[in-house]
Design a protein around this ligand. Structure first.
Ligand code: NAD
Ligand code: TYD
Length: 356
């Protein structure tokens, strides 16, 4: 079992939950977080970790090979969990360059660092979005051809393929995890669920793209973290593992659930111009992860949502800290025109993209 963990992107949403969980449950674990602390990475999300005496935060860029090498020399890990990424589809549409840099070149640098250290294992954290979009039926299965449709998902697919090439060519000890949409504490309020929670709490409009019928397979973040841990320790090199919550929901249903639980009116919903190239439906087949790793999602949507709502209501200071100028600039660029236009749902209905 691994004891020394090196987590790139560990100050982000999934990273903070992963690191906190590991330190709390495994008293023999030591965790180094290597993170550039971009707009999405926050030291406060890791508050309290230092007190364990088994934690270090190194501010560094995965694209900086020398800094990465120095941090790895100091940390001397058994395993790297590589989750540093630019992660937001809308931002990738406004400006793809940082996605190519961090997700492709950054993953290349991580793979090179692993290649230089025989015996070191890496789990590359990827996404269901590399498979593209589903029609009304079927699920994504590992081994399907990749068909990414946004600059974000294309950059993640490139990273996956590079990882597989390193396993094939150099015998790298690498696994790939692909997960569906996560929700839970510490998620930046630019993503659907935290954005809708905070907007509802503030009685502000809830911007729903297109007709609101795009479907995502929601998983509570702790379940994804459990899957990453399993894959990192038990996964077979060169193998991809799908994780999902077996919880498909159209966006509109998610938004209505939030409003109902917060006792806010449905009139806060605002249908706005759709996201260009918006994938219609994602759904994961998790049979491989279940059979080979013993993975099962354990938190149902009701429970996960209650926990998430309570966390945001109790952590408005965290929200204020992360909603800084970088966040506000993105929010203006992404929503100002959409909200002014006040598109009606019928005028704006998304054409279903049924690529499979
Ligand atoms: P996030 O945006 O919340 O966090 C990303 C972290 O990476 C931040 O801490 C950021 O500072 C750091 N980072 C960005 N660029 C970096 C660089 N050049 N060098 C070092 N650190 C850098 O993302 P997240 O939602 O926590 O996602 C983590 C990983 O999981 C990503 O690889 C993402 O593609 C994948 N994933 C996310 C989801 C989801 O629903 N959020 C689902 C499936 C897969
Ligand atoms: P998001 O949280 O950005 O995750 P992803 O694009 O990676 O799936 O979006 C989840 C879904 O919610 C997606 O179908 C787009 C939709 N969405 C809205 O309708 N309004 C919004 O303001 C946001 C951010 C997303």
């Amino acid at each position: 079992m691994a004891t020394r963990w090196f987590v790139t992107g560990g100050a982000g949403f999934i990273g903070a939950n992963f690191v906190r969980g590991l330190l709390a449950r495994r008293r023999d674990s030591h965790v180094t977080v290597y993170d550039a602390l971009t707009y999405a990475g926050h030291e406060i999300s890791l508050d309290g970790c230092t007190r364990t005496g088994r934690f270090a935060l190194v501010r560094g860029d995965v694209c900086d090979a020398d800094a990465l090498d120095a941090a790895l020399r100091d940390a001397s890990p058994d395993v790297i969990v590589h989750m540093a990424a630019e992660s937001h589809v809308d931002r990738s549409i406004h400006g793809p360059a940082p996605f190519l840099r961090t997700n492709v070149d950054g993953t290349f640098r991580v793979l090179e660092a692993v290649r230089a250290r025989p015996g070191l294992r890496v789990a590359v954290v990827s996404t269901d979005e590399v498979y593209g979009s589903l029609g009304p039926t079927g699920r994504f299965v590992e081994g399907m051809p990749l068909a990414p449709s946004s600059p974000y998902s294309a950059s993640k697919a490139a990273a996956d393929l590079l990882t597989l090439a390193y396993v094939h060519t150099y015998g790298l000890d690498a696994v790939i995890t692909r997960c569906s949409n996560n929700y839970g504490p510490y998620q930046m309020p630019e993503k659907l669920i935290p954005l809708m929670i905070l907007s509802a709490l503030r009685d502000q409009p809830l911007p729903v793209y297109g007709d609101g019928m795009n479907v995502r397979d929601w998983i509570f973040v702790d379940d994804h973290c459990a899957g990453i841990e399993l894959a990192a320790e038990r996964g077979r090199a060169g193998r991809e593992y799908n994780f999902g919550g077996e919880c498909e929901k159209p966006n509109l249903e998610v938004v209505e659930t939030i409003l109902r639980k917060l006792d806010k009116p449905r009139s806060l919903i605002r249908f706005v111009t759709d996201r260009p190239g918006h994938d219609r439906r994602y759904a994961m087949d998790i049979a491989r992860a279940t059979e080979e790793l013993g993975f099962r999602p354990s938190v149902d949507f009701e429970t996960g949502m209650e926990r998430t709502l309570r966390w945001y209501q109790d952590n408005l200071d965290w929200c204020a800290a992360v909603e800084d100028e970088r966040h506000r600039t993105h929010m203006r660029a992404n929503y100002e025109r959409r909200l002014e236009a006040g598109a009606e749902p019928s005028a704006d209905r998304a054409a279903p993209e049924e690529t499979r």
